[in-house]
Design a protein around this ligand. Structure first.
Ligand SMILES: Nc1ncnc2c1ncn2[C@@H]1O[C@H](COP(=O)(O)OP(=O)(O)OP(=O)(O)O)[C@@H](O)[C@H]1O
Ligand SMILES: [Mg+2]
Length: 256
């Protein structure tokens, strides 16, 4: 099972899709690590984690002492020597919470890191994602920050597949193209697009004709149920079977 990132423009449905993908992968007996890589963390809600459980997650980036212990430098410190391959094998178990076979981790906010920065916290994040690949019958899904910010870049270097979520609109298409270029430069082998909030054939045709350079592996319908799930805090997976069915088809197509 590859490590999968979900990217795209702001608000297109990255978190929604990542949450559905996580549940669909558990249907096949996988244990899923769902990593919320967005500082503005909302994946727990989309997954329908009970709020008191979600509150127990410690964002990895806030563990200054742990990062210092493992890398030899404190977060935010530059110019000091630090280990590029810190030990991270115990982190998934210690700092995540589990619900319905999904282990949730939050990365938190990287402070003061410029583009391309190699700092202790980034080394830790990248190692964490890399390490998670090594286990069997496990899947890793990263819900990325909108666009392609530096932290995304550092972590994206450790994933091997990426879904670009687009909606019917030229702006999300442009963002998907920009991210795709960057992802190709990073050597991410498998890049797919998924249309979301698709209302009719015209929407679908628009997406397909705009993304000629990227395989479009599925379309998720626009549905009021997504909005209801967002308001109620229930798992989108439980409320929107019409979306779940499409995600199952996508998984069967690209992650057999
Ligand atoms: N298929 C859909 N039909 C209707 N509404 C949807 C659909 N998918 C997502 N939404 C709604 O769009 C909004 C944004 O969705 P979501 O949070 O998944 O996007 P995002 O790309 O993760 O956003 P951000 O860039 O802020 O992280 C939410 O209110 C969600 O309920
Ligand atoms: Mg999101």
């Amino acid at each position: 099972m590859p490590k999968i990132a979900v990217s795209g423009k702001g608000g297109v449905g990255k978190t929604s899709f990542a949450s559905l993908l996580a549940y669909v992968l558990t249907e096949q007996g996988n244990r899923v690590y769902a990593i919320d890589a967005d500082p503005n963390a909302t994946l727990a809600q989309a997954l329908g984690f009970p709020p008191e459980l979600a509150a127990q997650v410690t964002p990895i980036i806030e563990m200054d002492d742990l990062i210092e212990e493992r890398t030899g430098a404190r977060p935010g410190e530059s110019g000091r020597m630090f280990k590029l391959n810190p030990r991270v094998d115990d982190i998934p178990e210690r700092f995540s919470v589990e619900y319905r076979n999904i282990r949730l981790l939050q990365m938190g906010t990287v402070r003061g890191a410029g583009a391309g920065c190699i700092c202790p916290e980034n080394a830790m994040l990248k190692m964490l994602v890399t390490h998670l690949l090594l286990r069997e019958k496990e899947a890793v899904i990263l819900d990325m920050v909108a666009g392609m910010e530096h932290m995304g870049r550092a972590t994206a270097g450790a994933v091997d597949a990426m879904f670009m979520v687009v909606e019917p609109g030229a702006r999300s298409i442009q963002t998907a193209k920009d991210i795709t270029r960057l992802a190709r430069d990073l050597g991410i082998g498998k890049l797919w697009a998924v249309g979301n909030k698709v209302r009719n054939e015209r929407d679908e045709a628009f997406i397909r004709s705009s993304l000629t350079d990227l395989p479009v592996v599925g379309m998720l319908p626009y549905t009021e149920r997504a909005i209801e799930a967002d308001m109620s805090g229930q798992a989108l997976y439980d409320l929107a079977p019409e979306m779940v069915a499409r995600v199952r088809e996508i998984v069967a197509r690209v992650l057999p």
